[in-house]
Design a protein around this ligand. Structure first.
Ligand code: MTE
Length: 353
């Protein structure tokens, strides 16, 4: 793993570990934490459901398993800060983790549907948002407070949104949220709350730091040190993104036919329709072979062979989704002070021998 920080632990796999797509092995799954990984005694752990509900619930892990039908989803989680380093070439982004192109991974999660648990609690008709709270306290939050975010009710009721206790058929690892995490497929990873212990039905979005202040798209001119809760656009559904996994940026492959591989992810329940790759910085393009979508919430990998001349080459990729949206050319057009949502064309500089 490429470890950006030990405490809190923030690491992404090397690109080679993601090549080929499919399910990511647990030991290669990226980790994004804002505070120390909490130590939870599974015997004493309970999930509380409260707020605008007819019946408050307090469920042990055994009760959760016994009372609700089991459900499974395969989902690609992607951090909102994925590919941030490519934005820092435009302008510095101080204080944020320098994620490369691998702050995303795919797993098969099993648990119960959030919608079933909410139905059991009985939602008040005024409910518009479902908030998640976990016990980990981030020193980054101002004031320091437990991790909390929310999703609008429409998304929370989707059959794909799970409260999960397994990952790739193994018990959820501690660093990925054991004993229980929310899995919100198609949305930024920040909404998939780990170590989940409270679900609250509300009229308004969560007012916790990681919903109201962080994970919001600020205008390029804003000073992130002076933002107030509610500033900027709250990031929710993922938008179309693609990256080159191989060859590595700065590498020196032999000149001639060269295999170029990468991933694309459309976000929400959309799929990727096309990926093009250029050997010359975007002057000419070749359509890549794109994997079929294994499901609506999952990345698609692509590959092509480009005939690269001796000397410097700039390999570039661009994608379209099934709604016809395409990725923006320049990182300058999407630059924002916290470095979120970089969907610009990935560029890999090679020097072929
Ligand atoms: N949940 C809690 N309780 N604390 C966190 O710091 N990080 C979020 C989300 N859930 C976080 C959390 C972010 S920003 C991301 S991208 C994903 O978890 C990362 O999940 P992973 O570490 O299992 O890959």
């Amino acid at each position: 793993m490429v470890v950006h920080e030990r405490e809190p632990f923030n690491a992404e796999p090397p690109p080679a570990a993601l090549t080929g797509g499919g399910i990511t092995p647990l030991d290669a799954f990226y980790s994004r934490n804002h505070g120390p990984v909490p130590d939870i005694d599974p015997a004493g752990w309970r999930l509380e459901v409260d707020g605008l509900v007819e019946r408050r619930l307090s469920l042990s892990a055994a009760e959760l398993r016994a009372r609700f039908e089991e459900a499974e989803v395969t989902a690609t989680l992607q951090c909102a800060g994925n590919r941030r380093t490519e934005l820092t070439g435009v302008r510095d982004i101080p204080g944020e983790t320098p994620w490369g192109p691998c702050a995303l991974s795919t797993a098969r999660f099993r648990g119960v549907r959030l919608a079933d648990v909410l139905a059991c609690a009985g939602l008040d008709p005024r409910t518009a948002h479902i908030a998640f709270t976990a016990p980990d306290v981030s020193p980054l939050a101002d004031p320091p407070q437990p991790y909390g975010v929310s999703v609008p009710l429409g998304k929370a009721l989707g059959p794909e949104v799970l409260l999960a206790w397994t990952m790739n058929d193994r018990p959820l690892p501690r660093v990925h949220g054991a004993p229980l995490r929310a899995v919100v497929p198609g949305w930024i990873g920040a909404r998939s709350v780990k170590w989940l212990h409270r679900i609250t039905a509300r009229t308004a979005p969560s007012d916790a730091y990681f919903q109201a202040t962080a994970y919001r798209l600020l205008p390029a001119g804003a000073d992130p040190g002076r933002t107030r809760p509610g500033d900027g656009i709250p990031l929710g559904p993922l938008t179309l993104n693609c990256a080159v996994l191989s060859p590595a940026d700065g590498s020196r492959p032999p000149a001639g036919p060269t295999v170029i591989t990468g991933y694309a992810l459309a976000g929400e329940d959309r799929t990727v329709a096309r990926v093009d790759v250029s050997p010359d910085g975007g002057r000419s393009w070749t359509r890549a072979d794109l994997d079929e979508a294994a499901g609506p919430w999952v990345w698609q990998h692509w590959r092509t062979v480009l005939d690269l001349p001796a000397g410097a080459s700039e390999v570039v990729a661009r994608a379209w989704d099934c709604a016809g949206a395409t990725t923006p050319e320049s990182p300058a057009t999407v630059w924002n002070p916290k470095g979120y949502a970089n969907t610009s064309w990935p560029r890999v500089r090679l020097h072929c021998g």
